[in-house]
Design a protein around this ligand. Structure first.
Ligand code: ZN
Ligand code: ZN
Length: 378
């Protein structure tokens, strides 16, 4: 049996305080939140999320921690996932779990989603390997301003929906007989133990393709599948702070299946902006500042994501100086954090001066040469 080091998993030591433990879990839970996983790493993120949640459930509970310290995870032997998570308190992490739009609503839901019925109430379909709809992916492009403050978008995509003619049964007259090969289970169950969690997987029944039923007279509309291709129209709330590669999960918007519909993963793509560049929650831009303003100091209006704002230029500002405009960056709803805008000063040297302007500058130059501080500005 694999020995799991819960301390190592959470990156804490044995004498860690409850607060530090919470912090460690919070950080990892955000990082491996299943809604954030790239679609190709879904399994990996889910496994990691399970692992850290299991570690937290044990270490945050005095009795379980004592038992674990005494005998290690292998010694906890027969503890089921349900035992491990019983009395575990994840209420402090509600914000972490519900941070993403359209996704998991509560701690319960996220665990149900991740553990696939392993805890508490069992969900059919996953256990039988029956007719569970596939997950779908949709790439949604938003511009930088939309990503900065959040937006709502209506998307259209095709998915398998429940056939309305046969109400998803696939049968023209409603007659269905139980599959004789799998006796209606749709699959043969296989149990596999890893650590002290039992994973249940199943092989799809080849005769009924996992549906558990044989249909004598198939529905004409859906050819007995119970599903029809349909265009779906969904409003997606994109939370402020999303970045390219982020995933929003829309539970149940994937393909229909009699034993449960799949989910829709919305992959965010933030398009480049010509003026603003993003680094984390901060925004960078270059602004041209008249050379006289750079020398003398004063105020200048500069573009920000929220419209123009006044920026103080101090006397003697050098080219390339970076100036900070607090809280004018990205408002990140998931992290409850607002970034800053950083303005890199480009000093504008005027061209094509008239005689008067040249004369004044020559006088200025003469004055500078006379002055003891002649290298102060130039
Ligand atoms: Zn039908
Ligand atoms: Zn069967």
């Amino acid at each position: 049996m694999n020995e799991k080091d819960y301390y190592k998993i959470l990156g804490v030591n044995k004498n860690t305080t409850k607060d530090d433990l919470k912090q460690a879990y919070r950080k990892l839970a955000m990082q491996y939140h299943p809604d954030r996983s790239p679609s190709d790493k879904k399994k990996e993120y889910e496994e990691k999320f399970k692992e850290i949640s299991e570690a937290y459930a044990v270490l945050s509970n005095d009795d379980k921690k004592a038992q674990y310290d005494r005998v290690g995870s292998a010694g906890m032997g027969n503890a089921s996932q349900e035992d491990i998570f019983r009395n575990a308190d994840f209420s402090d992490f509600q914000d972490v779990f519900s941070g993403y739009g359209g996704g998991f609503g509560s701690v319960d839901e996220i665990f149900k989603g991740v553990f696939r019925g392993g805890m508490g109430k069992q969900r059919s379909g996953y256990e039988t390997g029956g007719d569970t709809g596939e997950d779908l992916e949709y790439t949604l492009s938003v511009n930088l301003k939309e990503s900065a403050f959040g937006t709502e978008k209506e998307i259209r995509f095709f998915h398998n929906a429940k056939c309305k003619v046969c109400n998803g049964t696939g049968s023209k007259d409603g007659s269905r007989t139980v599959c004789d090969k799998c006796h209606g289970r749709g699959a043969v169950q296989i149990h596999r133990r890893a650590g002290f969690i039992t994973f249940t997987s199943a092989q799809t029944c080849p005769k009924c393709h996992g549906t558990g039923v044989i249909i004598q007279s198939p529905c004409w509309t859906c050819h007995g599948t119970g599903k029809v291709k349909e265009e779906a129209k969904v409003k997606v709330r994109v939370p402020g702070g999303v970045n390219t590669g982020d995933n929003l999960k829309m539970t149940g918007y994937g393909n229909y299946g009699a034993d449960g519909s799949g989910d829709l993963y919305i992959k965010i793509n933030v398009t480049d902006d010509n003026f603003f560049k993003r680094k984390g929650d901060n925004i960078y831009c270059n602004v041209k500042i008249p050379f006289t303003l750079a020398i003398l100091g004063g105020k200048i209006e500069v573009p920000t994501l929220q419209g123009t704002a006044s920026l103080n230029i101090s006397e003697g500002t050098q080219p390339g100086t970076t100036l900070r405009m607090k809280d004018l960056g990205i408002h990140n709803e998931m992290r409850n954090h607002t970034g800053d805008q950083f303005v890199v000063a480009e000093i504008e040297i005027p061209k094509g001066l008239n005689e008067m302007q040249k004369k004044l500058l020559i006088e200025f130059d003469e004055e500078m040469k006379k002055s003891k501080n002649k290298f102060k500005f130039w």
